[in-house]
Write a protein that binds this ligand. Structure first.
Ligand code: THU
Length: 161
């Protein structure tokens, strides 16, 4: 018998000062996106913004439904929209936030399991890691270099071959 150990890490920032103008613009897009989330059932408003290799930024937010499972998370709305508009342009990064004005929490939201799998598919599809910025209240940021930090044992299309 042997044990396999995995290691994960992320960078924690207490404010936005170490980020570039472009990164801060992406954060603003994510903060803006949660304002137009459609989340009347959970009242948990999430915003996301994808930065593409061509410097376009595409936003997404959660879209709920009276038939609850029909709803979709902000991350997937943003990524699917980006891929629909720019199917050949790799995403470089993804910023995610909660609407801290309306959701009373001081915690940072990590992407759900399904979104982790979808982000993983995008890394596989475009053969490039996607930087994740998880935005907190009061300018806190968790930065991860790849979804592999959150989903280390990934199911990819390699297994289907
Ligand atoms: N949600 C997201 O949009 N992203 C996440 O990473 C976690 C959850 C949404 C789904 C649902 O509309 C609401 O938040 C509550 O789960």
């Amino acid at each position: 018998m042997r044990e396999i150990k995995i290691e994960s890490s992320m960078m924690v920032y207490d404010d936005h000062t170490s980020f570039s103008e472009q990164e801060r613009e992406l954060f603003d897009k994510a903060f803006g996106a949660c304002k137009t989330a459609y989340a009347p059932y959970s009242t948990f408003y999430v915003g996301a913004a994808v930065l593409l290799e061509n410097d376009e930024m595409i936003i997404g937010n959660n879209q709920e439904n009276a038939v609850y499972p029909c709803g979709l998370c902000a991350e997937r709305v943003a990524l699917f929209s980006a891929a629909a508009q720019y199917p050949t342009i790799p995403p470089k990064s993804l910023a995610i936030t909660i609407d801290y004005d309306r959701v009373k929490t001081d915690q940072i939201a990590f992407p759900c399991g399904s979104c982790r799998q979808v982000i993983s598919e995008f890394e596989y599809r475009f053969e490039t890691p996607i930087t994740l910025y998880l935005l907190g209240e009061n300018q806190q940021v968790f930065k991860l270099d790849s979804i592999k930090q959150l989903l280390p044992f990934t199911f990819t299309a390699d297994l289907l071959k």
